[in-house]
Design a protein around this ligand. Structure first.
Ligand code: TRP
Length: 361
């Protein structure tokens, strides 16, 4: 069986370092590993509209931002198909049929959707499109016959829902759809990178993000204001590592060889942590180190973005070509689905013959 990747992001803002360690960095590695037969990276504008119906301009503006972020991180249109969700109408058609296989109570149990409903104050009036987006996400994944969905922990309920739809569909209509698996980050820090305020997740509305496209001085300022251990007041005080954002970021970003480069008095992150816990290591020193580590990762991305920004029509062209290619694939799957569901009347010569026989006198 072919190994196929499908994943994507809602275009509601520029991508931040949480997106990067949570999935983006991995996607680029997987792309360059040569182990996958097909890779589809989707800008999920239709999904973004499920909770931004009154703000299409926001979605429209951010498509190019997400595409630039993708390509500056190393997603390569020669190796991966980059496309826009709304340009693939087959996805809506699939969603329509999958809806018959999912109950309202099943949708109500989706933990990610539950959290989002609370966050958006949708408790009393949930848009139907938003409520059913996990089904639409199942269409995204199955349309491309994806075997692998590299994504963060918050996407686990969506992949679970997809698997259920696949099993149900294949059971009722015969083996048609491919059962996908989520590919989660391997490291706990990457799984849930907190915002610079130490709050649960990076989010635009909380204003606690470090964006991939932030300038170096902006990043430095953000790092210097980062939440650490509030009880670590004097340098000599022993400090806590757990819940200390600076150390969580180091867990996500720091490479062993960077100690030799920036902090040769420590052999590795464990030694740095131990010193902090003992007392005698100040926040500023650790933050400066983090700044170097992050700069090393982000400066090539920033430089690539500057290059790509010079030719915006090219980026739109990449997305257009990608969308045409993606549509071909989705149309194949929709065809399989319609055949399995026996709604392929005009292609089914047996059907037409049998019906004629029935009415022969
Ligand atoms: N739900 C994802 C997000 O919030 C976007 C998305 C839509 C997606 N369809 C997908 C991710 C399919 C993985 C697979 O960013």
């Amino acid at each position: 069986m072919k190994k196929i990747i499908l994943t994507g992001d809602r275009p509601t803002g520029k991508l931040h370092v949480g997106h990067y360690v949570g999935s983006l960095r991995r996607r680029v590695e997987l792309q360059n590993s040569g182990k996958y037969d097909e890779i589809y990276i989707m800008i999920a504008d239709a999904q973004a509209l499920t909770d931004n119906a009154d703000n299409p301009e926001k979605v429209r503006q951010n498509i190019i931002e997400v595409a630039l972020d993708y390509m500056s991180c190393g997603l390569d249109p020669e190796k991966s198909t980059l496309f826009i969700q709304s340009q693939i109408p087959e996805l809506c058609e699939l969603t329509c049929y999958y809806m018959n296989l999912v109950t309202v109570s099943r949708l109500q149990r989706n933990p990610t959707v539950k959290t989002e409903i609370k966050m958006r104050n949708f408790e009393t009036s949930i848009p139907v499109g938003f409520f059913t987006y996990p089904i639409s996400q199942a269409s995204d994944i199955t349309a491309f016959k994806a075997t692998t969905v590299p994504a963060g922990e918050d996407q686990m309920p969506m992949v679970e829902q997809t698997k259920e739809i696949v099993h149900k569909f294949n059971n009722v209509y015969g083996e048609t759809l491919v059962d996908p698996d989520i590919l989660l980050p391997t490291n706990q820090a990457c799984m849930r990178l907190p915002g610079i305020d130490g709050k649960a997740k990076m989010s635009k509305s909380l204003g606690n993000c470090i964006y991939l496209s932030d300038a170096p001085d902006v990043i430095k300022k953000k790092i210097m204001s980062m939440y650490t251990d509030p009880e670590h007041v004097k340098v000599t005080d022993p400090g806590k590592i757990e819940g200390n954002t600076v150390f969580t970021y180091l867990d996500a970003f720091c490479k062993p060889e960077q100690f030799e480069r920036y902090l040769p008095e420590y052999a590795n992150l464990d030694e740095l942590k131990a010193h902090y816990q003992r007392g005698g290591l100040g926040d500023v020193k650790v933050k400066k180190f983090l700044n170097c580590v992050l700069e090393e990762e982000l400066s090539p991305i920033r430089a690539k973005r500057k290059e790509l920004e010079k030719d915006i029509p090219y980026i739109y062209d990449v997305l257009k070509k990608g969308s045409i290619k993606a549509r071909e694939k989705a149309a194949e799957t929709l065809n399989d689905v319609k055949n399995a569901m026996k709604i392929n009347y005009f292609d089914d010569m047996e059907l037409i013959k049998a019906q004629s026989e029935k009415y022969k006198v």
